[in-house]
Write a protein that binds this ligand. Sequence first.
Ligand code: GLA
Length: 638
Amino acid sequence: MIGYGGDYYPEQWSEEVWAEDVRLMLEAGVNLVSLGVFAWSRIQSDEGEWDFAWLDRILDLLGEAGIGVNLATATASIPQWAVRRYPDIVPVTADGVPLGPGSRQHYSPTSPDYRRLAARLVERIGTRYAAHPAVRMWHVNNEYACHVHADYSDHAAVAFRAWLERRYGDVDTLNRTWGTTFWSQRYGSFDEIQPPRRAPYSLNPGGLLDFRRFTSDSILELYMMERDILRAAGATQPITTNFMGAFEPLDYWRWAQEVDVIADDSYPDPADPASFRAAAFTRDLMRSLKPGTPWILMEQAANAVNWRQANAFKAPGQMAALSDQALARGAGSIMFFQWRQSVRGSEKFHSAMLPHAGTATRTWSEVVEYGSSLRERDVDLPPAARVAIVVDWENWWALDQPDHPATIDYLAEIQAWYSALHAGHVFADIVRADHDLAGYDLVIAPALYLLTEAGAASLRSFVARGGTLVTTAFTDVVDEQDAFRPGGFAVQLREVFGGYPVDFEGLPADGDAASATRGIREEFVVTTGSEVTDPAVTSVLGGRAVLVRNPYGDGLSLHVTTLTDQAGAACVLDVALASAGVSAPIDGLPNAVEAVPTTDGVVLINQQPDAVTVQLPGRTTTLGGFAVERVSLGAADR
Ligand code: GLA
C-alpha cells in the first residue's frame, strides 16, 4: 500500500473540526498523517505541566478511522518557557547574535538544557504511545538544521573541543594537521579553540572543515538520542526524520545509516521549467541513500508555497506528475505539508491538501483524484542503474572553503552532469567514491577535490575492471584535512588519468558565452594517455580545455581539464555513454519527457504543460501536459 497524507496540526483547530478532518481525509484516500510536529508547548505548558488528553483523543479518532499516524517527538520548536528559564538554550550566529524565540528551531543542538528537556519529552511521548495501534512510525524533530545551519554558541565551543579531542587525541596532532604554524595560529591547548566565529580574514581551512563535520555529527547525535529513547520506551515502529534533498550542512550518507527509512521534503519551484530535473536528482539521491528500501516523500506542496519572493501555482496536473516522479524513483509514500491550510501564522498562504477556500477548489479535486489513483497501485522500486554520480559531503564542505582559484558551487557542478544525463533519458544512482561500484558501467565524479585513499582505490579498481570513469578539473587535489598530498596534484589518480594537472586557473563561475567551460581550468600534463581531439567536444569546450582519454586496465578514463556546464557535460557524455555501452531506453524522446525504468519497461512523465508526441517502439503516442504513461518494452528494447 502506498502511504498518502500530510502534516496534520489538530492543535490549531477546535475539536468540532477534527471530525470533519477525518471524514475528508477518508474522502481523499489519506492513510497516514504526521502528528504533533510543533506541539511541544501544547503538550508541556511549563516544565512540570503536561497535557496528553487532546493527543489521546485525536490518536484514537484517527486510529478508529483506520488512518495511520507518523507520530512526531515535537522537539523542533522549543516552548517560550524554556527560553525564559534557560536563556542560553538558544543558538548563536558566527557574529555572536543569539537567535531568539518567536519563530522556530531556536535551540542550540549542544545545549545541555535542550538535550535534557527534549529527552524528557520524547520519553513521555514514547512511553505513552509506543503501543498505540494508530502509530505506524515516528517522526523525530523536523528538518534538522534547516534554519540554523550551524551554532557558534559557548555550548558549541565546549562540544567542538571535545569532538576535536576525540578526533586528534592531543593538540600537537591537531596543530600539525591543520597547519597552524601558518599566520601564528598554533594552539597551546584544546581550550583555546573556538568555533569559527567572525574573524578579520580567512579562517584555517582544516578548522572550518572539522567544524562542518562536528556540526553534522552533533546534530546527528541529537537524532540518535531521540531514536534510542523511543526504542527504550518500547517503540517497534520505523523511526525517521525528514531530510531536505541535497542539503549541505548534514552529511546524509552518515545520517542514512541511523534512520530506518529515508524521508524527504521537496519543494521544486513551479515557475522554473527546469526544476523537475533538480527534483529528479533529489529523488534519486533519496533512493540511493538506502538502496532497496522505499523512501517517503514526507512533504511537498499541493499547490503554491509561501516562502519564495513570488510563489507560483502548480499547473493543473503538475502535483500528480511530480508525485509520480517520486514513486517512479523509489518513493513508497506521498505526503504533503500540510493537511488543512492554517488561518493564522506565517504559513497561512502556504497551500494545503484541504485549502482554506474548501473542497470546491482545483487543489482539493487534484488531491482527491491523486489519492484515488493510488488505491490500485503498489510500491514499485526501479531496477538497478548502470550509471552513477559521485556526491560526497566532505568534498562539498572542502570545496566551499574560501581562497580557491575560483568559487565553486559543488551542487551546481553535480547538477550539470545529472541534468545532462536526465535530459538524455539515462537513469542514474548517486554514490560515494568508496562505495561498491562493481555494478556500474559508468561513474561520473565531478570536482572530487577532496579524495580519500579509500575513494581513490575504489575508483582505480572500478576502471581497472572495465568501467568508464568521467572526472573533471579539481579532482584529487587534497586529503581529508584539505592539505595537498606530497608529490603534486592527482597523485592518486594520475595513472588512471594518463597525466596530471600542474596548475589551476580560475574562470568566471558562469563561464563565458563562447564556451561550456567555467569555474576552474587545469594546466594539464599528458603522460601515457592520448589527448582526445573529438571535434564536437573541443568546439564545445571552446579550445580552452581538453578531454583526456586514457585506457586503464580493462576500462577507460575520461578527464575533462575544466569544469563545464550542462552543454559541455552532454557532449562529454556522448563519448562516455558510448564507451560504457549505455543508452536511453527509447530513442528520440522529447527533452521535457522524463523516462524512468521499471522492471518491464519505462514510465514516461511529461513534465510540461504542452502535449507532446512520442515515438515508441512500433507506435506513436501523444502525452498530454503533465501526463504519465507506463510503457512495457520487450527485453530487446530495454
Ligand atoms: C518545511 C517544514 C514545514 C513547513 C514547510 C513549508 O518543509 O518542515 O514545517 O514549514 O517547509 O513549505
